[in-house]
Design a protein around this ligand. Structure first.
Ligand SMILES: NC(=O)c1ccc[n+]([C@@H]2O[C@H](COP(=O)([O-])OP(=O)(O)OC[C@H]3O[C@@H](n4cnc5c(N)ncnc54)[C@H](OP(=O)(O)O)[C@@H]3O)[C@@H](O)[C@H]2O)c1
Length: 342
């Protein structure tokens, strides 16, 4: 008896969906019989397949009729929900070990914690950042990682990074676009104020877009691959004192949605990790200036949530209070904006 692989499951599904002819709600009895007979048929070939059916209620993510396939492989047991209302497209949930991962800005904060999680789960990890000493410190803590000095806002550096990574790590299949900066900018002070700061658009947005464009064609050749964009709860409700930062994160959210849609029939999955306030170096200076005493959640919590999102196909992963901002942007934007920007 063989184990089911993605191709085999695709075959199972196409036969099943053609035969069952959704809607399967004609009668529950009828679908039960169908599933039973499919199960019998396929269990002749695969002993690790279980079929059930169910209905995810309205209002929940992916609501509607589903067939639930549980297949046991040597590595994991993963229930898969196959939607009868949607075009059958079978994709395995990401495995969280055995990948090769590039994390931009992986020397500190959230990026470093994500690197730690990936290393712990048995992945090859490459991090990059501008400051050599931060990369060295990271390497001292995590000797297995590979480091590359790179300014992702610089086009030549991005190209060099892509060439170096693909030459040295042929199996690269996950890109975590995490590098970011956050600035308070007072537009009343005009263009000179803008020039005082690094360009947040280049670092937070352009780098993500360009690096994604570099890696996607290679990722399409992999069995499974992923782009993980780290945005922010502030993508949903902006903090007006950081207008450019919030705009870049809102753009990242939009970009992630479009990319996910464009790549839906490829092996490349697009995840967006949406952290709340996190206790990192990101905004240490201005938090003090703003008399902000709340330091935020530890970055390790974001890293844990990221790994869980990858394992569960949770494409938009809002962590902690970021979920509240996301929800408020849809239900009571003005009230929440007012609360945050009085
Ligand atoms: N902390 C929060 O409250 C929070 C909340 C929501 C979202 N986020 C997002 O989480 C991500 C990680 O931030 P963090 O909180 O972990 O802060 P962090 O510790 O300051 O991490 C940012 C990392 O990005 C790197 N980086 C910045 N500019 C770069 C560039 N041009 N090229 C390459 N690397 C660059 C930094 O290293 P170098 O300076 O050495 O280059 C640093 O390692 C950011 O995208 C941030 O917007 C953070």
């Amino acid at each position: 008896m063989g184990y089911l692989d993605a191709e085999a499951v695709q075959k199972v599904l196409s036969v099943m969906l053609n035969e069952v002819k959704h809607p399967f709600f004609r009668t529950n009895k009828w679908i039960l019989q169908s599933l039973r007979s499919f199960r019998m048929t396929f269990s002749l070939f695969w002993d690790n397949l279980d079929l059930h059916y169910g209905f995810i209620p309205a209002g929940r993510r992916n609501s509607g009729p589903v067939v639930i396939l549980t297949f046991r492989s040597s590595e994991r047991i993963v229930p898969q929900y196959v939607h009868m209302d949607k075009k059958p497209s079978w994709r395995l949930q990401m495995k969280t070990s055995g990948n090769t991962v590039l994390i931009t800005g992986g020397g500190t904060g959230i990026g470093f914690c994500i690197a730690e999680e990936f290393v712990r789960s048995g992945n090859e990890v490459i991090i990059c950042g501008r400051r050599e000493e931060k990369l060295r410190e990271a390497k001292a803590k995590l000797p297995q990682i590979h480091t590359k000095q790179c300014d992702v806002s610089n086009a030549k550096d991005r190209e060099a990074l892509f060439n170096w990574v693909t030459a040295n790590f042929k199996g690269i299949n996950i890109l975590v676009n995490n590098a970011g900066v956050q600035r308070m900018i007072d537009f009343k002070k005009g263009v000179a104020e803008l020039a005082r700061h690094e360009d947040e658009v280049d670092i937070n947005l352009t780098a993500t877009i360009q690096l994604s464009a570099y890696f996607i064609p290679a990722f399409m050749q992999r069995k499974e691959s992923a782009i993980v964009n780290v945005s922010s709860g502030l993508a949903f409700i902006p903090l007006a004192i950081m207008p450019v930062y919030c705009a870049t994160k809102a753009a990242l959210h939009s970009f992630s949605i479009s990319l996910r849609h464009q790549l839906k029939d490829t092996p490349v999955k697009v995840f967006e990790v949406i952290p709340p306030t996190v206790d990192t170096e990101l905004d240490k200076g201005t938090r003090a200036q703003r008399n902000m005493t709340y330091r935020g959640i530890p970055p390790s919590e974001v890293a844990t949530a990221t790994m869980k999102a990858l394992a569960d196909d949770e494409f938009e992963c809002a962590v902690g209070q970021a979920q509240g901002l996301m929800d408020a942007s849809r239900s009571n934007f003005a009230e929440q904006f007012g609360r945050m920007n009085h």
